[in-house]
Design a protein around this ligand. Structure first.
Ligand SMILES: NC(=O)c1ccc[n+]([C@@H]2O[C@H](COP(=O)([O-])OP(=O)(O)OC[C@H]3O[C@@H](n4cnc5c(N)ncnc54)[C@H](O)[C@@H]3O)[C@@H](O)[C@H]2O)c1
Length: 331
């Protein structure tokens, strides 16, 4: 991995920027080219302190000319860029189609032309959801059954990657990961929204009864698994990433309230809210010997709460607008 050029798309977003920091630290000889459109979810400041091996290029993954040039320069491409917020996809699906589908197609074509190693970041949401009382977990062979425009476009992008592997011999891997939390996550998302609500004197907000279950993983564990796949994964394979972190939304909010000394209130549920996600990461752990570091949600949340406390300047300006947006939908 050292002394190479890695193109990281979406590297100014939540998971991508944490990935850039991790790679910069572990591989000081790796040049990191970040391609990011800097949408509302991207922030150039997320890359501050990552070192001068990082270069940010502002542009879209759907811009074929730019993507071709950057893929030519890179040895490996790690594709995080996406429109990533379910609620937004219900209001306006079009950027989801453009970035998640057309963008992935554009990258695959460039990767094919220049014969580069490609890793595609995807989500457990492609599998749809499980009933709350169903003991099953998603595996790599679970049938796709996406619920929202977000998950449908991510599912479509996974299919494109598999087709380019099979039809054109592209050297690609895919990972589908469960729900991430940690530093640099946009405050529209569930955990940072609750933390910043409490930090601004608002109550935390629980959708509906809060019985829905999510499988939480710390962002550093997700990115560590991506590096394991890049280093040791088999070309053409898909790996589920998860850390056995199943908790109901109610349990998570109650833990945040306990750790921060706050209260919560119930708000309108999301339309079509998925009930339960749960990832079986046995293939990743058995085949690549990967293990998560954060196995205790309390410890991961404490670290995350401290980060939001210490980095108020990073999120403060966006807070009122995000809450007004939610309030307009009774949330
Ligand atoms: N957040 C999660 O819990 C989670 C879980 C599993 C998988 N994922 C996947 O991980 C990836 C990153 O998610 P995230 O939570 O960091 O999202 P994010 O919304 O925080 O970041 C997305 C980044 O992509 C950039 N972007 C958007 N459109 C672009 C375009 N057309 N061209 C270039 N850049 C563009 C944005 O500016 C932003 O920096 C996504 O592919 C997502 O599907 C996320």
């Amino acid at each position: 991995m050292s002394a190479m050029t890695m193109l990281v798309t979406g590297g100014a977003g939540f998971i991508g920027s944490n990935f850039v920091h991790m790679v910069a630290q572990r591989y000081p000889d790796t040049r990191l080219l970040v391609l990011d459109a800097l949408t509302y979810a991207g922030n150039a400041d997320n890359l501050k302190g990552a070192g001068n091996q990082v270069e940010l290029v502002k542009g879209s993954v759907a811009d074929a000319g730019l993507v071709d040039k950057l893929c030519q320069e890179a040895d490996t491409i790690v594709h995080f860029a996406a429109e990533s917020h379910n609620d937004n996809s219900l209001r306006d699906p079009s950027p989801f189609v453009e970035t998640n589908l057309v963008g992935t197609f554009t990258l695959l074509e460039a990767v094919r032309r220049h014969d580069k190693r490609f890793h595609h970041i995807s989500t457990d949401e492609v599998f749809g959801d499980l009933a709350i009382d169903d003991p099953a977990k998603f595996t790599e062979t679970t049938a796709y059954n996406p619920s929202s425009p977000y998950s449908a476009t991510k599912a479509g992008s996974d299919h494109l990657v598999r087709a380019w592997v099979r039809s054109f011999g592209v050297r690609a891997t895919i990972s589908n990961c469960s729900n991430n939390y940690g530093p640099y996550q946009h405050i529209e998302k569930f955990i940072p929204r609750q933390i910043t609500n409490l930090l601004t004197g608002r109550p935390a907000k629980l959708y509906g009864t809060g019985e829905q279950v999510r499988d939480w993983i710390h962002v550093d564990d997700h990115n560590d698994a991506v590096l394991a796949i890049l280093e040791r994964g088999r070309i053409g394979e898909t790996y589920n990433i998860g850390a056995d972190g199943e908790h109901s939304n109610k349990d998570v909010i109650e833990l945040i309230c306990e750790l921060m000394g706050g209260t919560y209130e119930h708000v309108a549920d999301r339309p079509g809210h998925d009930q339960r996600y749960a990832m079986d990461a046995t293939k990743l752990t058995d085949e690549l010997g990967w293990k998560p570091r954060y196995t205790d949600l309390r410890e991961g949340l404490e670290q995350t709460i401290t980060w939001y406390r210490e980095n108020e300047a990073w999120w403060r300006d966006a807070k009122d607008a995000v809450e007004q947006g939610y309030a307009a939908h009774g949330q």
